[in-house]
Ligand binder design. Structure first.
Ligand code: AMP
Length: 420
């Protein structure tokens, strides 16, 4: 065994459990692909400045959690802590917003890095599937994204999740609310760090989980009482569209999110079986982000769903995903001639789309049959000298134990027929 270990706060995905992760990524993105979102991939690192401006100088992500590095050429880079700023940067760089076809709808899937205090459900390297709809202000687009995430979780069989919904206002009403909130918060008994937060990013104080803070927030002013008419009407339309799609949600007037760029619609998916790290996904509208990173005004909305936590949520609900068999046929040759003959058949099976594996390493019959069992294969394909002399192999159904002799050149058709 090596003395090297996966770095703190990270873990390896290895079989058989890794199959769940692939299936979850697939399930979370499937609804997006059916709704016109195009696949996007951006580098694992970007200029630090993109996140500083795009995520917000005062956020925990930027001040405490970024992995930054200076290259030999003197560039200041950061491993990406989230996807939205990068995807918007890529869309602007490729001028997708000038195609005359707005919104530009993009989806992505990948690894993200945050220097966090590791605990269950909170890692330093984690995986998200995300979606961004860039360049349109339309309540149906906000509703579409919430519905797609909802349907993705449902398609996995998840039930114990809730959708929290709020509006954070826009550039008209948010500053007025922010001032009222600051005035209230400045009167409270808060530690120095939190006082600083009141001045830089007061909305984040609402999100403070500490009892000592929450106790003082009973009469805190709420954004929902300060929304301008346009924001109120926009939010009402989003709510109606969700309701008519049969998606239930809870209004959570205190829901703010860790990133600075959100405006209007904000939502979070929380799962009740996950303890303190209960957010499985979240997102919202970010109408000002494009301008913050030097682009034109492009009202946009998006979300990111956590793959790691979705897998934990499946376990919490005791859901076993029905995954396609890793191996359908396991070939067990007895003798060198059979080895050559069955290897040929295995290659043909694979080319025909059947998942097939082979007893490598010159294993004896007993060990080879054990490997066949362990592979989870439905069929073992056996052949020895006597079989070859007759031009057949024995196809053994490992569920029923039934065994039939099949001509070597008929194996592919026979297996395909049985698997169907
Ligand atoms: P955020 O980008 O912070 O809005 O996160 C979106 C989703 O990514 C969250 O709801 C989590 O499911 C997941 N996530 C964020 N940070 C972590 C982390 N450190 N470890 C695991 N999952 C995370």
């Amino acid at each position: 065994m090596t003395s090297f270990k996966a770095p703190k706060g990270t873990y390896d995905l290895i079989p058989p459990r890794s199959a769940d992760y692939l299936a979850v990524r697939e399930a979370l993105s499937a609804p997006l692909r059916r709704a016109g979102y195009g696949y996007t991939e951006t580098p694992g690192f970007e200029q630090v400045e993109l996140f500083a401006r795009g995520v917000g100088e005062s956020t925990d992500i930027v001040t405490k959690e970024m992995y930054t590095l200076t290259t030999k050429g003197g560039d200041e880079l950061a491993l990406r802590p989230e996807g939205t700023a990068s995807v918007l940067r890529a869309a602007l760089e490729a001028s997708l917003h000038k195609s005359g076809n707005l919104p530009v709808k993009l989806w992505y899937s990948g690894s993200y890095y945050r220097y966090e205090r590791p605990q269950k459900g909170r890692y330093r390297h984690f995986s998200q599937v995300g979606a961004e709809a860039i360049g349109a202000e339309d309540p149906s687009l906000d509703a579409e994204l919430v519905i797609l995430a909802h349907d993705a979780y449902r398609s996995l069989g998840l039930r114990d999740f809730r959708i929290l919904l709020n509006s954070l206002g826009d550039k008209e009403c948010r500053p007025v609310y922010r001032a009222a909130l600051q005035e209230f918060l400045r009167r409270l008994d808060l530690d120095e760090d939190t006082r600083r937060r009141v001045e830089i990013n007061p909305l984040r104080v609402l999100d403070d989980k500490r009892e000592s803070v929450q106790r003082q927030l009973t009469d805190v002013p709420m954004m929902r009482d300060h929304l301008c008419e346009a924001c109120k009407s926009y939010h009402e339309q989003v709510r109606e569209l969700l309701t008519s799609a049969g998606v239930s949600y809870e209004d959570d007037p205190r829901l703010v999110r860790g990133l600075d760029y959100y405006t209007r619609t904000t939502f979070e998916f929380v799962h009740d079986g996950l303890g303190s790290q209960s957010a499985v996904g979240g997102g919202g509208r970010y109408d000002g982000l494009s301008e913050m990173i030097g682009g034109p005004a492009l009202p946009s909305v998006g979300w990111a769903l956590g793959v790691d936590r979705t897998v934990l949520a499946l376990r919490a609900e005791g859901i076993e995903l029905e995954l396609p068999a890793a191996t359908d046929v396991f070939a067990v040759p007895i003798g060198d001639e059979a080895r050559r003959a069955l290897f040929r058949v295995v290659t043909e099976l694979r080319r025909d789309g059947v998942a097939a594996d082979f007893a490598y390493g010159g294993k004896g019959m007993k060990n080879a049959m054990k490997s066949a069992d362990r592979s989870g294969a439905r069929f073992a394909l056996l052949a020895g000298e006597r079989d070859l002399a007759q031009g057949v192999a024995q196809l053994k159904d490992l569920h029923s134990g039934e065994q039939t002799a099949v001509p070597l050149d008929r194996v592919v058709a026979e297996v395909a027929g049985k698997l169907r």
